[in-house]
Ligand binder design. Structure first.
Ligand code: UDX
Length: 440
């Protein structure tokens, strides 16, 4: 099998490297020459555990090659994957499909053999059908089967998610397309991975419905956590107990400062817009989007209340700024809402993140970026955990209490238990749980 991967962004690179690991001959193509040169030398442009080693293995085995020349990539390909970006369109929240359609046109123009053209990018329902129209119009002489194969990769565990998925979704309407996709994913047969075959529209909607539902779970538990705080209940126990109900499931019930990242915010918004256009508004997802926006801002109110409504002149040491651990991705990170709001209220910020600081500096200004946890916490009025990086899970509280002005830990990821915090000199503020103070 030979495969061309259009786009070496996050999804294209992970998928390409993983298919190459399966023994498929993958040529990944991108217009960004610098990126291609780096990748040819085995250097990856993003932070993703295990990916650089996988790319290097692919290069060594000869199964993975990179080029900026589309015709070279398409030569002898059995399948062509489109994995270009679909950012939120400025102004209206719709997914911007211009890169996807441009890629489809260019592929069709440059092909000289029949292929299966697979969309991996997250695209609204109906896009595959439009791609089919584009390629049929452009190349009536050539048989190009169109398929949809959405990805469900989480940043930070993308390789594991690709290699051990809960399911693979394939929207395909010809036997040839189904056969090519089945063949590509054959190595997953050993794990008995279910492949769900559907039509194009269903596969496209599955991706949005999955992300919409997961975002709903998070927004739901975040709101429940406010009720816990107001009533004396404990959100960790609520999550655990409702998660034990198999109909609900334990995952994605972890309380936090609001979901972020490259997918949930963009995809929930695009789903809302698509549904509105189809005249069947998704009121639940609309509420989830609004709830998550409000969530991020309410985190600032919570901090302000701890300082009796006046944050002027306070210094806070921030631990973690990325939208989640094991990534340097800052897209839609809650920190991008929370930190500027704190600054507006007169807070001076010091911060440390194990991987995200270079990226964060593009979006956040007037922050003292520090080299480690303890430099970030020196002389601060409070420590604020925004991302649950492993290295924040075993803080040296003794040392912290010596270097901080006040022993106050605000943890918006609930990474410590109340019992362990009671043994420290810290006032511990977490989400949806009781306050720990020196008195209790
Ligand atoms: C997500 C989907 O999980 C993946 O299937 C899809 O393909 C892309 O979007 P990702 O954005 O990488 O993946 O991260 P994920 O682990 O899903 O977390 C998304 C956001 O939700 C993060 O900000 C995270 O902190 C937050 N989250 C997640 C919670 O607040 N609570 C949870 O229980 C889970």
């Amino acid at each position: 099998m030979r495969l061309a991967m259009i786009g070496v962004g996050y999804v294209g690179l992970v998928s390409g490297a993983c298919f190459a690991q399966f023994g498929v001959h993958v040529t990944a193509v991108d217009k960004d020459l610098q990126k291609i040169k780096d990748l040819q030398g085995g250097k990856i442009p993003i932070y993703e555990p295990g990916l650089e080693a996988l790319v290097q293995q692919g290069l060594q085995s000869g199964c993975l090659t990179f080029t900026d020349n589309l015709q070279d990539a398409l030569k002898d390909a059995d399948a062509v994957f489109i994995a270009v970006g679909t950012p939120s369109r400025r102004g209206d929240g719709h997914a911007d499909l211009s890169y996807v359609f441009a890629a489809a046109e260019e592929v069709a123009e440059n092909l000289s053999q029949p292929v299966v053209l697979v969309t991996k990018s997250t695209v609204p329902v109906g896009t595959g059908r439009r791609i089919l129209e584009i390629v049929e119009k452009k190349r009536p002489d050539l048989k190009i089967d169109v398929a949809s194969n959405p990805e469900f990769l989480r940043e930070g565990s993308a390789i594991e998610d690709f290699m051990r998925p809960d399911r693979v979704v394939v929207g395909a309407e010809t036997e040839n397309a189904r056969e090519v996709l089945r063949e590509l994913y054959r190595p997953l047969n050993l794990l008995e991975t279910p492949i769900v075959f559907t039509n194009l529209e269903t596969a496209e909607l599955i991706k949005y419905a999955a992300n919409g539902f997961l975002a709903t779970k998070i927004a739901f538990i975040n709101e429940i956590s406010d009720v816990c705080e107001a009533s004396g209940a404990d959100v960790q126990a609520v999550s655990k107990a409702i998660g034990l109900d198999k109909r609900i499931g334990a995952k994605f019930l972890h309380v936090g400062p609001g979901y972020g990242g490259s997918c949930f915010p963009k995809d929930t918004l695009a789903l809302v817009k698509t549904a509105q256009d189809l005249q069947c508004p998704l009121k639940i997802v609309e509420a989830v989007v609004a709830s998550n926006d409000a969530r991020k801002e309410s985190m600032v109110d919570k901090i302000e209340a701890l300082f009796n409504g006046d944050l002027t002149g306070k210094t806070i040491g921030v631990l973690g700024v990325t939208f989640k651990p094991n990534t340097d991705d800052m897209r839609e990170s809650p920190s991008l809402t929370i930190l500027p709001l704190l600054q507006k209220k007169g807070v001076h910020l010091k911060a440390y993140d194990p991987a995200g600081m270079t990226e964060a500096q593009k979006f956040l200004s007037e922050i003292s970026w520090e080299n480690n946890v303890y430099d970030a916490l020196k002389d601060v009025d409070a420590a604020l955990i925004l991302t649950e990086w492993n290295e924040f899970r075993a803080l040296d509280f003794e040392r912290m209490s010596q270097i901080m002005k006040t022993p106050l830990l605000i943890d918006f990821r609930n990474i410590y238990t109340l019992d362990e915090m009671k043994k420290t000199p810290f006032t511990y503020v977490s989400l949806g749980r009781a306050l720990v103070t020196e008195q209790n």
